[in-house]
Design a protein around this ligand. Structure first.
Ligand code: NAD
Ligand code: ZN
Length: 398
């Protein structure tokens, strides 16, 4: 080693620091695959690869959507005959809708296999059409294939159009835990086709409304008041009211993602998850018999009553929240709480903490339209809140 010039300094520190900008558009449209609708054509005319191989487009569709739109695959095929510069894979892959698809290893493998078999590379696209569950699973399969092939979402439920389908998270359930495997991978685009909503069951139309109440309660008093004013129309699924609630709710969610400074949830706070610690636990305890949105309604009311019992909000504010959920037709789901010991439900707090990492952070409200964070929950008070909600007269009194 004599006379050898030293090129590395053992004590040097290399700095890795870079930013990756993300950008995608969320469109609201109707009849997305009508030949006259230029949206998809225009998207690919702007984004197609200019040289070399044509990017491919692979569709994965929710069985619940196909059941109500049996001609969808044919229409997609005809539409893509008019799209230049991309190759649409003829075979459409259909997967069960609902939580089942996030619980199924078999479906996850089938998604990965389809991506592999059709040679979908990082310049090609997987397009998911369906509810939040299908989109979560498809987005995850795309995110882990080749360390990330592009994915586009076509959300078809109220909840996926106003919340889950427009954000950056994907995932499946694993080890019996909700969203245990997943990624923060923004989509390339989101195309919300409001026409899909007409074939949803009443149950699925209603379920997504709870996310609108949630985001109103923590971020926008005016929107909460609008929801109160239109609660009757929303409860009868008036098309115009439903669409407006979706667009405002999507805007508020997106606004949080783009301006909070923590789109990939590096911190321990998750303000958009107001009411979700109990919701996730309830979904699990009921073996997903209760829908995500329904469980969120229960979770929000629980944390609202707790906020009242802790002295953070006044009685009138609490009553307004309870009666809005009543007006929107959510009462029957509160019965689920009666089936479980409070101890089982309260375990949800620790599971929530573990999923987020760091210290427990739960969002509560200190007025309508404003959320704030706490790092401890008074178990006795939470039990009191639970007891109060499970009284048969709870809604009646409010
Ligand atoms: N990624 C996120 O940020 C995020 C946020 C919130 C919720 N989620 C997830 O979203 C899922 C819930 O999504 P959801 O409420 O959309 O329900 P869902 O995906 O479970 O779908 C509910 C039912 O509606 C059917 N369906 C879908 N579109 C239809 C249509 N147009 N017509 C008729 N039937 C249709 C489905 O087949 C299914 O049976 C949960 O897994 C939840 O964890 C994810
Ligand atoms: Zn949610």
């Amino acid at each position: 080693m004599k006379n050898k010039t030293k090129v590395a300094n053992e004590s040097s520190v290399l700095q890795a620091r870079f930013m990756v900008p993300y950008q995608y558009e969320i469109h609201f449209t109707s009849d997305l695959f009508a030949i006259e609708n230029p949206l998809v054509r225009e998207y690919f005319s702007q984004h197609k690869k200019l040289k070399g191989q044509k990017p491919k487009v692979l569709f994965m569709i929710d069985q619940g959507v196909v059941d109500h739109h049996p001609d969808l695959s044919t229409r997609i095929g005809l539409y893509f005959d008019t799209v230049d510069g991309v190759e649409c894979i003829n075979k459409k892959y259909i997967f069960p809708g609902g939580e089942q698809v996030k619980n199924s290893r078999k479906d996850q493998d089938a998604m990965l296999q389809a991506i592999d078999e059709h040679g979908i590379d990082r310049h090609s696209y997987v397009i998911g059409i369906g509810g939040g569950a299908l989109l979560d699973a498809v987005g995850y399969a795309a995110a882990i294939s080749h360390r990330g092939v592009r994915h586009i979402r076509v959300p078809t439920t109220v909840l996926s159009q106003n919340d889950s389908g427009i954000g950056v998270k994907n995932g499946i359930n694993y080890f019996n835990k909700k969203n245990y495997l997943g990624s923060f991978t923004p989509p390339e685009a989101v195309w919300n086709d409001l026409d899909f909503l007409s074939t949803l069951s009443d149950r699925d139309k209603r379920s997504g409304l709870s996310e609108a109440v949630k985001v109103a309660l923590i971020k926008d008093r005016q929107f909460f008041e609008w929801l109160e004013e239109y609660s009757k129309s929303l409860n009868s699924f008036d098309e115009e009211a439903l669409q407006e609630s979706i667009i405002v709710c999507a805007r508020l969610h997106l606004n949080h993602i783009t301006t909070s400074g923590d789109p990939f949830e590096r911190g321990s706070a998750r303000p958009l998850d107001f009411g979700h610690w109990a919701a996730h636990k309830l979904e699990h305890l009921t073996d997903y018999e209760i829908r995500h949105g329904e469980a969120v309604a229960v979770g929000i009311v629980l944390d609202t009553v707790y906020s009242y019992l802790m002295g953070y909000i006044d009685e009138n504010s609490m009553n307004r929240v309870v009666s809005l959920f009543d007006q929107l037709g959510f009462n029957e789901y509160f019965d689920y709480l009666r089936h479980y010991e409070s101890k089982a439900l309260l375990q949800g707090l620790e599971e929530f903490r573990e999923h987020l990492g760091g210290k427990l952070t739960v969002t509560l409200i200190d007025r309508i339209g404003h959320g704030f964070e706490v790092h401890e929950i008074d178990t006795e008070k939470m039990k009191m809140a639970l007891k109060r909600i499970t009284q048969p007269t709870f809604y009646y009194e409010n």
